[in-house]
Structure formats: structure tokens, C-alpha cells
Design a protein around this ligand. Structure first.
Ligand code: GZL
Ligand code: ZN
Length: 334
């Protein structure tokens, strides 16, 4: 008997260690079995990681809103690895949480674990990024931005400002693109929307495109290689501010002036990006609102109560040029 108990105890502690080893997770609720004990809702949230300023603002919004709503939050950071997110979702299923929410790091590979959640009768809410599952019964709703529209807004600005964007005066507007994480919905869709918008002007073309994985360092390294390999770069389109800020470092290191010698367009509008925009180092930013927490908690309460929720909730967001950034910065929440 003793031997069996010992083995069982070891197995439990090993699986617990495995969970924490695969990503970092925090647990603000009391009950081990997913029940907070005080009748409030327990939510398991599997976050992508902490790769960018946007992600940090998104995490803060989720944590603050859970507290505000009295929802017990179990939170995990997958360090941008899909297998860690899947492990976290499985652990939330085992803990019998009331609702699972997550931002899928990439679009594919979720059907199996979402079917496990469905079999366990735990509703799932997608936030920020989408999945490519055909079976939309696997999640209750998707709360997040329209990334194709964000790419189109970025491309439209370039079409509207083409005359001032042919910096080297060769008659063409040559763009290098810093893509987000390969396979991620915002990377796929922003690229699509941008290509669609710039197709209106044959003088504009993307001469090189590579992923910088949504990180500052990734953007810097890819921009350094573009500055070596490409001649006559007029514009950088970065799928997020952090990669754009990395590109600024590379452009400066090459003795060029960002925002002037090379125009820069980014997406997110987080504080560091808006500061660079107001300083003239970035030319245009399309906002992607990370403050999804309040809407997520509201949707979670409705879903747990069995109420109907819209299949898709699109977040409100705008765009900023250099003057608008200078005006908005003092009161910007993120
Ligand atoms: C977009 C979000 C993206 C941000 C990046 O909703 O998924 O991931 O644009 C972040 O900054 O890394
Ligand atoms: Zn040119």
C-alpha cells in the first residue's frame, strides 16, 4: 500500500513540476479542483507569452479585469510555444475550471485539445488571435481585432503617401516587410491586407519579407540583413511596433535616419511605438487594441451563465500619424 501511495504522490508532483517547467503559470484562486469555493467563476487563461509591449499590456488588462470582476484567474505564459499552451489548456480541463480563454499562438493544431475541452463541458473563448478550426462549436466566441483591416489601413496610408515615400527617387516605392510569428493570424492577415491595399499602385512593391517573430530583437536582426542584401529600401512595414523599434536600431546603426531616409509603418500603437512616432522615427501606426480584459470577463460571465454571445466581437481601434501621436501620448493607457 505504502509503495502505491508513494508512486502516486511522485506522479502528481512530477506532473505539477512539468506544468510549471513548460511555461510560467500563476494561480490566484484558492481551490485546487478549479472551484474557488466562494461561488465565483474560475477562468483558466493560456497566454501566448511576453514577446512584446502589446502582449504585456494585454496580460495586464486580463489580470486587472479578472480582479475587478471577482473572477478567479489561473494564468499561464507559454513563451510563444504551442505545446505549452496545449499543456496549460489540458491542466485547466483537469482542474475543472468554469471557462477557458486563450490567444492561440498560431492558427493551426487546436482541434484535438478543443475537443477535449468540449467533452469536459468547459466553454472556450478565443481572444486576440484566431484558430483555423472548421468546427466553430469548439469555442463560444472570438474577441479580437480584424488583422486584415489593420494591414489594409497600413497599405492604404502608403498608397495615399506614395509620392513622399519614394525616398531614393528611383520612381519605385520599395518595401521590406518584417512579418510577425510564422503561422500566427495577425502575421498572415496583416500581410494579406497590406498586399491587397498596395496592389492599387504598381510602383509599390514588397522586395523582401521575413519573420522577426514579433520581437524587438527579431526585427533588428532581420532589418540588419535587409540593409546588407537590399538596395534602395524606401519603406519598412513591420507587423508590430516592437519589430519596428528593432528596425530603427538597425537603421541608425547603418548611419541612416529612421522616418526620413527610410519610412516606417507599424501596427499596435503601444507607448514605445507612439513615442517613436511622435519623435518622427516612425511615420504611421495602425492601432491594435490590447485592452481586451473587460470584454473578456463580460463574455465569460455570460458564457458560464449559459447566455448567448455573439460569434465574433471585434475590438475598436484607430490609426495615428505623427501629430496625432504627440496629442494622444500624454493620456495613453498603454
Ligand atoms: C495582435 C497580437 C500581436 C501584436 C504583437 O492582436 O496578437 O501579438 O500585434 C503581439 O505585438 O506580439
Ligand atoms: Zn524608390
Amino acid at each position: 500500500m505504502v509503495k502505491k501511495t508513494l508512486i502516486a504522490a511522485t506522479a502528481i508532483s512530477l506532473s505539477a513540476m512539468a506544468l510549471t517547467a513548460c511555461g510560467s503559470d500563476s494561480d490566484s484562486s484558492a481551490g485546487a479542483d478549479g472551484d474557488s469555493g466562494n461561488g465565483s467563476i474560475t477562468m483558466g487563461f493560456a497566454q501566448v507569452g511576453a514577446e512584446s509591449g502589446w502582449r504585456s499590456a494585454n496580460t495586464k488588462s486580463i489580470e486587472d479585469s479578472a480582479k475587478e470582476a471577482g473572477i478567479d484567474l489561473k494564468f499561464s505564459d507559454a513563451q510563444q510555444k504551442q505545446e505549452n499552451q496545449i499543456k496549460a489548456i489540458r491542466s485547466y480541463i483537469q482542474q475543472k475550471v468554469d471557462v477557458i480563454a486563450f490567444s492561440p499562438v498560431v492558427e493551426t493544431g487546436w482541434d484535438t485539445v478543443l475537443q477535449e475541452a468540449k467533452r469536459a463541458n468547459i466553454p472556450v473563448i478565443l481572444t486576440d488571435r484566431a484558430v483555423d478550426s472548421e468546427d466553430t462549436s469548439l469555442y463560444k466566441t472570438f474577441l479580437g481585432s480584424d488583422f486584415v483591416e489593420e494591414g489594409q489601413k497600413a497599405g492604404q496610408w502608403l498608397v495615399d503617401n506614395a509620392a513622399d515615400s519614394d525616398v531614393d527617387g528611383d520612381g519605385d516605392i520599395d518595401v521590406v516587410q518584417l512579418e510577425g510569428t510564422t503561422g500566427a493570424a495577425p502575421a498572415i492577415d496583416r500581410g494579406e491586407g497590406f498586399a491587397d491595399a498596395i496592389s492599387a499602385d504598381p510602383k509599390i512593391s514588397v522586395i523582401a519579407s521575413q519573420t522577426g517573430d514579433f520581437t524587438r530583437d527579431g526585427g533588428k536582426q532581420v532589418m540588419e540583413s535587409f540593409l546588407q542584401s537590399e538596395k534602395g529600401i524606401d519603406v519598412v512595414f513591420a507587423h508590430n511596433d516592437d519589430m519596428g523599434l528593432g528596425a530603427i536600431e538597425a537603421i541608425k546603426a547603418a548611419g541612416l535616419t529612421p522616418g526620413k531616409d527610410i519610412k516606417i509603418i507599424t501596427v499596435d500603437a503601444v507607448k514605445d511605438g507612439m513615442t517613436a512616432l511622435a519623435a518622427g522615427e516612425i511615420n504611421y501606426i495602425v492601432e491594435c487594441n490590447p485592452l481586451l480584459g473587460p470584454q473578456l470577463m463580460d463574455l465569460a460571465e455570460k458564457v458560464v451563465a449559459g447566455e448567448d454571445v455573439p460569434e465574433r466581437v471585434v475590438t475598436e481601434e484607430t490609426t495615428f500619424d505623427q501629430e496625432q501621436a504627440a496629442e494622444a501620448l500624454p493620456t495613453r493607457e498603454y
